[in-house]
Write a protein that binds this ligand. Structure first.
Ligand code: SAM
Ligand code: SF4
Length: 405
């Protein structure tokens, strides 16, 4: 089953924000995330908040067909809470789950609802995630007509035995054809997600996947180390000894292989796990997360952040729909960050970016630890920005933990 949410403090049933958060609304760009909690089958490694038809059951409100109406109701709540001071929306990201198990016209209703309620910037980035086997050329044309201009396909690997271990159902070549179809449909921004470190994956397998991904000429590639999430089928298979655990040295080697190969092909890492062909093709929506901008996360289990207040919705689609039908916020709980918490978050998130973190954000104690970091070539300081090197990115979590007070 999907992972558990944090505990937090109670969230108001009308969705209202503390005054200090309300005053920050006009000060930062606003993104909208919409979570689509449905998948055709569940991949053995995945603990995202997503449900197959069998897992969903027949509870009222849990159906795929009624979901967009519930999400649009939450967009209405968001518009009321954020009020007239809200900026027009600069990015929409429909993620999952598998958004493209829903018809393109349903996903288009979300874009239209955001435009109606908030206004959508002229140059807005409008992304959907998609599984390559869940969409065809005609569907991609329709998505483009509905206002989507960026699409991210879950490729994961080009090697059949790796795809099989990950329980992926698409053929090795399908993601590459999907990118070509998306480009033909007019998507100017395409992205592929890859996973490395799958049990049984050799270095040669990983290079084959990287080269295959590059051959489709996407503008953006994400490469994630496989995480063995508690409670997944993958974790059970590893515990039973059927599969070996991912190995830290192997993961490190594969990260370096990825960075070298992607860089040689003209991509630059703008975040630890994300590469793009230029600054213009970075994912602006995800940059908003790393830069602590504002976003409202619509849908079951979705997280939001406005002015230092983070909240998250109830997880089950039926519970989510019934809260909205009763006219109350679907938020399960929230966390109001102190100024000190917000500073630590900035360090944690901005150091993941190639643009780095202004050194002025560091405390005196943290600044005292910089010389060691620089001497070990894990980071550099350029124009008063602290920037991780390739070796620093490789060890990003540990480096940042050791730097923080
Ligand atoms: C949650 S999925 C949603 C998109 C789509 N359903 C798919 O699978 O491509 C987004 C991405 O998260 C990554 N992901 C999910 N679970 C992961 C795990 N346990 N370890 C590493 N990456 C993971 C995959 O690369 C996936 O493409
Ligand atoms: S298709 Fe994507 S969201 Fe669905 S179970 Fe697989 S990885 Fe998770």
């Amino acid at each position: 089953m999907p992972s558990v949410l944090p505990e937090g403090e109670p969230a108001p049933s009308d969705g209202s924000l503390p005054d200090h958060a309300q005053t920050e609304i006009p000060l930062r760009p606003l993104g909208i995330y919409v979570h689509v909690p449905f998948c055709t089958t569940r991949c053995g490694y995945c603990d995202f908040n997503t449900y197959t038809a069998a897992e969903l059951g027949t509870e009222p409100g849990a159906s795929r067909s009624g979901y967009i109406d519930a999400a649009i109701q939450e967009l209405g709540l968001a518009a009321r809470v954020l009020g007239a001071e809200a900026p027009v929306v600069s990015t929409i990201f429909v993620g999952g789950g598998t958004p493209t198990v829903l018809p393109p016209d349903d996903l288009g209703r979300l874009v239209a609802a955001v435009r109606d309620r908030f206004g959508l910037a002229e140059d807005a980035e409008v992304t959907t995630e998609s599984n390559p086997e869940s969409i065809d050329a005609a569907g991609l044309v329709r998505l483009r007509e509905q206002g989507f201009n960026r699409i991210s396909f879950g490729m994961q690997s080009a090697v059949p035995h790796v795809l099989a271990t990950l329980d992926r159902t698409h053929s090795a070549g399908r993601p590459l054809r999907a990118v070509a179809e998306a480009k033909a449909a007019g998507f100017v921004n395409t992205s592929l997600d890859l996973i490395y470190g799958t049990p049984g994956e050799s270095a040669a397998d990983w290079m084959e996947s990287l080269d295959a991904a590059l051959s489709a000429i996407p503008e953006h590639i994400s490469a994630y180390a496989l995480i063995v999430e508690e409670g997944t089928r993958l974790a059970a298979r590893i515990r039973r000894g059927e599969l070996p655990s991912p190995d830290d040295d192997d993961l490190a080697d594969k990260y370096l292989i990825a960075d070298e190969r992607l860089t040689a092909a003209g991509h630059t890492a703008y975040e630890v796990s994300n590469w793009s062909t230029s600054a213009a093709t970075r994912c602006r929506h995800n940059l908003g997360y790393w830069r602590s901008h504002h976003w409202w996360g619509v849908g079951p289990g979705a997280h939001s952040h406005i002015g230092g207040v983070r909240w998250w919705n109830v997880k089950h689609p039926a519970a989510y729909a019934s809260k909205l039908a009763a006219g109350v916020s679907p938020a399960q709980a929230r966390e109001v960050l102190s100024p000190a918490d917000r500073r630590v978050e900035r360090v944690l998130l901005e150091l993941r970016l190639a643009d780095g973190l202004p050194t002025s954000v560091l405390s005196a104690g943290e600044r005292g630890r910089l010389p060691d970091l620089l001497a070990r070539r894990l980071a550099v300081v350029e124009n008063e920005m602290l920037i991780l090197t390739r070796d620093g990115r490789l060890l990003a979590d540990g480096v940042i933990r050791n730097l923080l007070d």
